[in-house]
Design a protein around this ligand. Structure first.
Ligand SMILES: NC(=O)C1=CN([C@@H]2O[C@H](COP(=O)(O)OP(=O)(O)OC[C@H]3O[C@@H](n4cnc5c(N)ncnc54)[C@H](O)[C@@H]3O)[C@@H](O)[C@H]2O)C=CC1
Ligand code: BAL
Length: 504
C-alpha cells in the first residue's frame, strides 16, 4: 500500500502543505520493499517533530536504480531529443516558480533558514539553474576531430547513464537543482538521495517532476540514511556516476566505494576552510559587509564560508570594530520572522558540533570579540561568534566548523598572508579586498582555491563553474563545465577510402 501523504500546517503563516511520505520511484510514491525504517524530520527552530517519512533500504535503492536504468534505455537517454528535455526542464522551472512560496516555507520548516532567503535566493537561484541547463539541453554536441581524404572522426557526448546524486542539508533545494539540472540536460536518469535531515522539499519537488511530464523513472527520490542509501548508491554496480556534496570524510568513503565496485565516475564537492583577506587599501565598510556575509550567510553552514579572516595590521583595530557592529546588527531567529537574516543550525548534532568548536577555541586561548554564549530556550541557535588572537595550530583555525564562527588574524605583508591563506588541506573558496588592481591579480592567482572572489564574497552564478582543489573536491558544478560530469565522450573513426594491405 502506498504511504499516505501528511498535511502540515505552518503555524507562522497558516499555510497547509501536503507532503508525500513514500519513496518516489517510477513517478509514484511507494513503500519500502523490505523495511519499516522511517526518518523523523524536525524543525530546528522549535525542536518539534514535523513528520516521519519512509527511509529507503539497500533493496529500495536497487528498485530505484532499476527504474532509472529502464527509463534510460527506453524513454530517456538516447531516445529523447534535446528540444524535449529543454521543454520539460523549463516546465519544471515554471512549476517551481509557481510554488516558490510553499517550497520556501517547507524548506524553512525543515532546514531553519529564513523564508525570504529560501524563496529569493535558494529557490530563485534554483529556478535560474534549471533554465540555464534547459538552454544547454539541445546544444550538447560533439566535435569533428579529423577530416582528411580517407577518414572522418567525430565525437559524441553521450549521456553517462544512471546517476546517483547524494546531497546535503545546508541547501536542500539548491543542491538538488545543481545536481538535477545538468544531469537531465545531458539525458541522464537520476536516483536522488536527499539528506536524512532535510528530505521534505526533495519529496515535494518530486510531485512537480510528475506534473512537468517527465517519464517514469527519469528522476527517482529515495530519502535514506547515508550509511544505508548513500552507501548502496556509491557501491552500486549499475550506477554509472555519483555526484556528491557534503563532508570530506563522506566524500572519501564514496570514492572508495566507487573504486571497489564498478569504478563509476565520481564528482565531489566537499568541505572548506576558506581564507578571506582584507588589505589596507580596501573599502573597509564594504569589506566588513562581505566578511560578515562570508561567515554568517546560512548561519555559516556553507562549504565556502569565509571562516579564516586575515586583516592587514594597519587597519586591524578599525576593521574589527566595524565587523563586530555588522555581525551584531543581524537578526538570527526563527526563519519565519520577517526580520530574520539567519536561522538556527540544522540539527542537535550540528549544534553540539559547533559548540564543541567554540569551547575548543576558548580552551586553546583564542579571544572572543563577540558571541560565544549559549542562548536559553528552544531551538538550535548559535549567535555570530568571532575569535581574535588565533594561532594557525588551533582547531578552530584548521577544521571546518560549519557554523557562524570566525577566526580573525592580523597580517603584515602580502607574502605572509598568501602563505597563511594557503596553509590548509582545503581549497574551495577564497576572497580578497583591495583597491590595488595589481595586488588583486597577484593574490587571486596565488590563492589555492577553486573560486576566488575579489571585492565580493560567496556570490555564485549558474554560468560560472564551481568546485574545489586539494581536499575540497573533484570535478566542477555549474556552467558548461558541469556537462562534462554527465557525459561520456565517444570517438567514432569512419574510414571512407583507406585499404588495409594484407598481411600488414
Ligand atoms: N560541503 C558541504 O556543503 C557540506 C559539508 N558538510 C560538512 O560535514 C559535516 C558533517 O555533516 P554531515 O551531515 O554528517 O555530512 P555528510 O557528508 O555525512 O552528509 C551529506 C550527505 O552524505 C550522505 N552520507 C553520509 N554517509 C554516507 C556514506 N557512507 N555514503 C554515502 N553517503 C553518505 C548523507 O546522508 C547526506 O545525504 C558538517 O559539519 C560540515 O563540516 C556537511 C554538509 C554539506
Ligand atoms: N554555497 C555553495 C554550496 C554549499 O555550501 O554546499
Amino acid at each position: 500500500m502506498s504511504p499516505a501523504p501528511v498535511e502540515i500546517t505552518v503555524s507562522a503563516t497558516g499555510r497547509k502543505i501536503t507532503v508525500p511520505t513514500g519513496l518516489f520511484i517510477n513517478n509514484e510514491f511507494v513503500a519500502s520493499v523490505d523495511s519499516k525504517e522511517t526518518i523523523q524530520t524536525v524543525n530546528p527552530a522549535t525542536e518539534e517533530v514535523i513528520c516521519s517519512i519512509v527511509a529507503a533500504s539497500a533493496a529500495d535503492i536497487d528498485v530505484a536504480v532499476a527504474a532509472a536504468r529502464k527509463a534510460f534505455q527506453t524513454t530517456w537517454g538516447k531516445n529523447v531529443t534535446g528540444f524535449e528535455r529543454s521543454r520539460l526542464i523549463n516546465k519544471l522551472a515554471d512549476l517551481m516558480e509557481r510554488d516558490a512560496q510553499e517550497l520556501a516555507e517547507l524548506e524553512t520548516l525543515n532546514n531553519g533558514k529564513p523564508v525570504r532567503v529560501a524563496r529569493d535566493f535558494d529557490i530563485g537561484d534554483s529556478i535560474q539553474c534549471l533554465r540555464y541547463y534547459a538552454g544547454w539541453a539541445d546544444k550538447i554536441t560533439g566535435e569533428a576531430s579529423i577530416d582528411n581524404k580517407t577518414k572522418f572522426a567525430f565525437t559524441r557526448h553521450d549521456p553517462i547513464g544512471v546517476c546517483g546524486q547524494i546531497i546535503p542539508w545546508n541547501y536542500p533545494i539548491n543542491m538538488w537543482a545543481w545536481k538535477v539540472a545538468p544531469a537531465l540536460a545531458c539525458s541522464c536518469t537520476i536516483v536522488m538521495k536527499p539528506s536524512e535531515l532535510t528530505p521534505l522539499t526533495a519529496l515535494k519537488l518530486s510531485e512537480l517532476v510528475v506534473e512537468a511530464g517527465f517519464p517514469p523513472g527519469v528522476l527517482n527520490t529515495v530519502p535514506s540514511y547515508g550509511s544505508v542509501g548513500g552507501a548502496a548508491l556509491s557501491s552500486h554496480l549499475d550506477v554509472d556516476k555519483v555526484a556528491f556534496t557534503g563532508s570530506t570524510l563522506t566524500g572519501r568513503k564514496i570514492m572508495e566505494a566507487a573504486a571497489k565496485s564498478n569504478l563509476k565516475k565520481v564528482s565531489l564537492e566537499l568541505g572548506g576552510k576558506s581564507p578571506h583577506i582584507v588589505f589596507e587599501s580596501a573599502d573597509l565598510d564594504q569589506a566588513a559587509n562581505w566578511a560578515a556575509l562570508g561567515i554568517l550567510y546560512n548561519t555559516g553552514q556553507d562549504c565556502t564560508a569565509g571562516s579564516r579572516l586575515f586583516v592587514q595590521d594597519t587597519i586591524y583595530d578599525k576593521f574589527i570594530e566595524l565587523l563586530a557592529q555588522k555581525a551584531q546588527a543581524l537578526t538570527i531567529s526563527d526563519g519565519f520572522a520577517e526580520a530574520a537574516s539567519g536561522g538556527p543550525v540544522v540539527s542537535k548534532t550540528q549544534y553540539d558540533r559547533v559548540w564543541s568548536y567554540i569551547e575548543s577555541g576558548k580552551a586553546e586561548g583564542a579571544k572572543l570579540l563577540i558571541g560565544g554564549q549559549k542562548r536559553p530556550g528552544k531551538g538550535f541557535f548559535v549567535d555570530p561568534t568571532i575569535f581574535t588572537d588565533v594561532k594557525p595550530t588551533m582547531k578552530i583555525v584548521k577544521e571546518e566548523i560549519f557554523g557562524p564562527v570566525l577566526s580573525l588574524a592580523k597580517f603584515h605583508s602580502e607574502e605572509e598572508v598568501i602563505a597563511l591563506a594557503n596553509d590548509t588541506s582545503y581549497g574551495l573558496g577564497a576572497g580578497l579586498h583591495s583597491k590595488d588592481a595589481n595586488q588583486c591579480m597577484r593574490v587571486s592567482s596565488a590563492l589555492e582555491a577553486g573560486t576566488v572572489w575579489v571585492n565580493q564574497y560567496n556570490m555564485l552564478n549558474n554560468n560560472v563553474p564551481f568546485g574545489g582543489k586539494k581536499q575540497s573536491g573533484i570535478g566542477r558544478e555549474l556552467g558548461s563545465y558541469a556537462l562534462e560530469e554527465y557525459t561520456s565522450i565517444k570517438a567514432v573513426h569512419w574510414n571512407f577510402g583507406e585499404k588495409l594491405d594484407w598481411p600488414f
